[in-house]
Design a protein around this ligand. Structure first.
Ligand code: S5P
Length: 436
């Protein structure tokens, strides 16, 4: 969109239109252009509207004041953000965050062109109202009408914009601060919606990992702790006396106690094999598991396979972005590539299995974090345990996996209550924003 600065008449016309459209009546004291392409138009508007201009540096100076926001302002002043184009809204959000850190009110953004790919919604989720001079639909309509592009091209562009939406985002702090019931409203994955709601209603974010090899013992354990959990995580292939009745009993318990079932199969093969492992064989996982875990290692084919297997059904995937075990080979680049892959298949994704809050900030997904016991420790085979406080308050976990900490406790039912209460207290503290 930077082209407008190459034509002085066009620049003047746009600044007049923007001025009449949104600045004339505004009571704000300052304007601030999103660096760099909106700086020229923001300068023109600041002169025309006689409002002082603030300038946001993308990198703070390494000498002098080291300020990120330059200009004359007082805490509490309001500042209008000017941007040329929005797609996801993330550039506007960076400027908003820096202005807010200075104590300025930055609650309105004026945009020349909204590409209608989710940016407006993302900004509104962050309490920034958006006014755009044009939307992409307006522009395409004008181009089709004046026969500058064909009708078919107009339809293709609109379909593209509908299909390629920016991931929903709120600032990192807000993902962590938003209560589960709010996130249930935001998410587009049906299993994430259910799980957020179950956590909110039952007041538990405890997932039990029932790593036992006897079906009777598993059912007996769940009968004791069913009221205190939101999710049961199985490794179906370790059960020595597996039979279809076990699945019937497990799914009946899921209804009775209102929890979901996650089969921790950690799929990691080519798409075709995944489809067979998911739907066929002894376990027919797709018939009873609400969601499964899956590695991103083989590439997108794995998610395509689940997409077609799950067509028309309400299922979800937890993608492994990080692991809890010592010396695992996952690198930061792998983790970020996994998050990118998840974004492309956002509707299918219930959440990510990961260890750090920085891993993602999409509030639609659930951060499932294993490797948790009441004391930090390790087992003899590389498992690393963090405490409930650490994983919820520092590391951003939304739903916490506990296995042996409960399963092998002297009194699993009593221990489940201790975990549930501790984890819930940490979550309540987190959403209150009172984390030191
Ligand atoms: O990174 C991971 C991912 C998973 S799903 N680390 C893990 O430990 N898990 C699983 O969580 C693991 O397969 C096991 O079933 C559970 C942790 O069990 P615990 O007994 O160590 O609490």
């Amino acid at each position: 969109m930077v082209f407008e600065i190459f034509y002085s008449q066009l620049q003047e016309l746009i600044s007049v239109l923007l001025y009449d459209f949104a600045i004339k009546e505004s009571k704000c004291q300052h304007v601030c252009g999103v660096p760099y392409t909106a700086l020229p138009i923001a300068t023109l508007l600041s002169v025309k509207a006689k409002k002082s201009m603030l300038m946001r540096r993308k990198e703070a100076k390494s000498y002098g004041t080291k300020k990120v926001i330059e200009g004359h302002y007082c805490v509490g002043d309001s500042c209008l953000i000017i941007e040329d184009v929005i797609t996801s809204g993330s550039s506007v959000m960076e400027t908003v965050n820096d202005l807010r850190k200075e104590g300025l009110k930055a609650d309105e953004a004026i945009i020349i062109l909204d590409r209608e790919q989710g940016g407006k919604q993302n900004l509104e989720n962050n309490n920034v109202s958006v006014k755009s001079l044009f939307t992409m639909s307006d522009l395409i309509g004008i181009l089709v009408e004046s026969k500058k592009v064909t009708e078919q091209m107009g339809i293709d562009v609109k379909n593209y914009l509908n299909n390629v939406q920016a991931p929903k985002s709120v600032s990192l702090n807000e993902r962590i601060l938003l209560p589960y019931e709010k996130r249930a409203e935001l998410t587009s994955n049906p299993i994430a919606k259910k799980l957020f709601n179950i956590m909110a209603v039952k007041k538990t974010n405890l997932c039990i990992s029932v790593d036992l090899t006897s079906s009777i013992k598993i059912l007996d354990l769940i009968e004791q702790i069913g009221d205190h959990i939101c999710l049961v995580k199985t490794h179906i292939d370790i059960i020595e006396d597996f039979c279809d009745n076990f699945i019937t009993s497990l799914t009946n318990m899921a209804k009775k106690f209102n929890f979901l079932i996650l089969e921790d199969r950690k799929f990691a093969d080519i798409g075709n094999t995944i489809a067979l492992q998911y739907e066929k064989g002894l376990y027919k996982i797709n018939e009873w598991a609400d969601c499964v875990t899956c590695h991103s290692l083989p590439g997108e084919g794995i998610l395509k396979a689940f997409s077609s297997s799950n067509e028309g059904t309400n299922k979800g995937i937890f993608l492994l972005a990080e692991m809890s075990s010592e010396g695992n080979l996952i690198t930061p680049e792998y983790t970020q590539a996994t998050v990118k892959m998840a974004e492309k298949y956002s509707k299918l994704i219930t959440g990510l299995v990961c260890q750090k809050k920085e891993t993602f900030n999409n509030p639609e997904w659930i951060q499932l974090t294993p490797g948790v016991q009441l004391e930090s420790s390790k087992d003899s085979l590389g498992q690393v345990y963090n405490t409930p406080e650490k994983v919820i308050l520092e590391n951003g976990a939304d739903c916490v996996v506990v296995g042996r900490g409960i399963v092998f406790a002297k009194n699993p039912a009593a221990e489940a209550i201790v975990y549930k209460d501790t984890l819930w207290r940490c979550y309540m503290k987190r959403i209150s924003g009172k984390i030191e």
